[in-house]
Design a protein around this ligand. Structure first.
Ligand code: CMX
Length: 137
């Protein structure tokens, strides 16, 4: 497995507007997109720093992954996403090396990326996302 770069860092927040205010007014970044991902039960906001994005995640459903995370752990870093080429191959390789996959097949994520998650219980506590710039089959 050879990730190309960190594509984004996902940060769970209670209030998207307030969090955007911090990143724009204190860190001087610019929010360039707000997108709802119904499948993931989140509303996301994207800011860019260098080639890495910050993805702010506000839950739209307390039973969704970010809703449950906020309830259990509170606001904070939710996941790290690595850009890869040939995501299917990377998933197969990770699984063959004993990593528990959340997604065995890539699905469509925010920004039209193909995404798949590795379970935090087999990645030393960090929910890990692989993503590739291509649409899912
Ligand atoms: N980072 C690290 N650990 C996490 C975690 C996270 N983001 N989310 C949950 N966990 C931990 C829990 O604390 C729990 O640990 P303990 O057993 O020690 O208490 C363990 O993982 C299992 O958690 P759970 O509550 O039993 O399981 P959940 O139903 O909350 O599911 C997970 C956890 C990771 C499988 C689920 O959140 C998931 O499928 N995530 C992938 C999809 C996702 O996160 N989508 C949102 C972002 C979408 C986007 O970027 O667009």
């Amino acid at each position: 497995m050879k990730p190309l770069h960190i594509e984004h860092i996902g940060i769970a927040v209670s209030n998207l507007t307030e969090a955007i205010g911090y990143y724009e007014n204190i860190l001087g970044l610019k929010c360039y997109k707000i997108e709802e991902v119904p499948d993931q039960k989140v509303r996301t906001a994207f800011l860019k720093v260098g080639q890495t994005k910050i993805e702010l995640l506000e839950s739209t459903d307390p039973e969704g992954p970010v809703g449950k995370f906020l309830e259990k752990k509170g606001e904070g870093v939710h996941h790290i996403a690595f850009a890869v080429e040939n995501i299917e191959e990377h998933l197969k390789e990770a699984e063959s090396k004993g990593v528990k996959l959340i997604d065995t097949v890539p699905r469509k994520g925010a920004e039209g990326l193909s995404i798949a998650f590795l379970h935090p219980k087999s990645t030393f506590g960090v929910l890990t996302e692989l993503c590739e710039e291509k649409s899912c089959k």
